[in-house]
Design a protein around this ligand. Sequence first.
Ligand code: PGA
Length: 249
Amino acid sequence: MRKPVFAANWKMHNGPQDTRAFLQRFLAAYAPRDDRTVIFFPTAVSLAVAGFALRDRQDIPLGIQNIHWEDKGAFTGENSAPMARDCGASIALVGHSERRQNFGETDEMTAKKCAAAARAGLAPILCVGERAEERDRGTTLPVVLRQVKTGLGRLEKSQIPSIAIAYEPVWAIGTGKTARPEDATLVHAAIRRYLREVISARADDVPLIYGGSVTADNTAELLAASEVDGLLVGGASLDVDTWTRIVST
Ligand code: PGA
């Protein structure tokens, strides 16, 4: 069965020195457990430091927050999946709504990035989620399913069981407004149904993770919701004590 996933998305916080200090404290507080997966997504400049700090903790995979879809080339400021691998990453976030909203990332770009991640041996976590106005129009499911369908469109069927999907309603990210557990369940169940159409029973291997204003206080309730296999946490992952509390729930 799927183990709960606790993923820390540090966004543009924690440079190399803060990353080293955070992980030192966290590793001292959090002993390896095989009933859950804890993942860190530091900023790209802190990836190598994190990879080094986590070198003896096979239980804690490392991920990059964003990759380019090419493996190398004239793309100033970008990072590729093979480079992330080289730093010790095994996962790539793809299509976070901040990438979509602030950097013009389209569904088609997320598809190319998912394919690039898989090609380099990184497991993509495809982020999807509707904006407030889309929710108000009642179009949450069509929007999310379009993002999932297009985002996975360039993967081989055999690659899909190794991915994860993060449902993060845009209106819930960094706003203190969390989706109700039953609303997360509704969207996750629709994603699961779609995955079953594509890869049958292997759909059950794909963790469906919720993100958006997760705190230490709402972790248990969200994790208890049907079809919620884990949490992608921004703000509340930046404090070692809070994060340790969340992953120990
Ligand atoms: P938040 O961010 O927990 O700060 O809402 C979640 C995310 O963007 O992944």
